[in-house]
Unconditional design. Structure first.
Lengths: 112, 112
């Protein structure tokens, strides 16, 4: 158990809908990273938050947005969903004193 | 921009040694990670190199040459459970702006 919790584990929704994925980082970790992993693909970096502020953006679509709250949990919002958005979405957290990022178990999103 | 290349697939025999290569081109390089990922699961940390040379950790070793933009992961005494994807990831940025970009991963199949 990495200490990073993601909910829900699985999500099935229809095209055009909006979903919110949640991530609770390890206790005290200020950094949260979101990644998308499509079938048999590598991890695509989406966005990084540090202590509530956006610090880096990757190839994140305009339909996607994220935020990190004062209690440090983060949410990834995906809207106007398309079939191609079906993927595993991972969250990772890291402390300021550590080089290593710890990953949650992911949310498997299926868009039908 | 950032570019990370790894072989897509490799096959090796139980008990043997396998070397998985990773080449990268990136700005602001600040270290290289190797993660292991079993299908549908979270990536787990294997190693981190920031200086040139070899880091050994049990059956796994990782090597870095910053001048060549090259790293490898060496797995010794292969076991069936080592069948997984191995992800090379480059860290760029510092401290709170640290970003971790992954290659597409190398799928390793260990045969009896």
């Amino acid at each position: 158990d990495s200490g990073v919790t993601q909910t829900p584990k699985h999500l099935i929704t229809a095209t055009g809908q909006r979903v919110t994925l949640r991530c609770s980082p390890r206790s005290g970790d200020l950094s949260v990273y979101w990644y998308q992993q499509s079938l048999d693909q590598g991890l695509q970096f989406l966005i990084h938050y540090y202590n509530g502020e956006e610090r880096a953006k990757g190839n994140i679509l305009e339909r996607f947005s994220a935020q990190q709250f004062p209690d440090l949990h983060s949410e990834l919002n995906l809207s106007s969903l398309e079939l191609g958005d079906s993927a595993l979405y991972f969250c990772a957290s890291r402390s300021s004193h550590s080089t290593e990022a710890f990953f949650g178990q992911g949310t498997r999103l299926t868009v039908v | 921009g950032q570019n990370i290349d790894q072989p897509t697939e490799m096959t090796a025999t139980e008990g043997a040694i396998v070397q998985i290569n990773c080449t990268y081109q990136t700005s602001g390089f600040n270290g290289l990670f190797w993660y292991q990922q079993h299908a549908g699961e979270a990536p787990t940390f294997l190693s981190y190199n920031v200086l040139d040379g070899l880091e050994e950790k049990g059956r796994f070793s990782s090597f870095l040459s910053r001048s060549k933009g090259y790293s490898y992961l060496l797995l010794k005494e292969l076991q069936m459970k080592d069948s997984a994807s191995y992800l090379c990831a480059v860290r760029s940025g510092m401290d709170s702006s640290y970003k971790l970009i992954f290659g597409s991963g190398t799928r390793l199949l260990v045969r009896p």
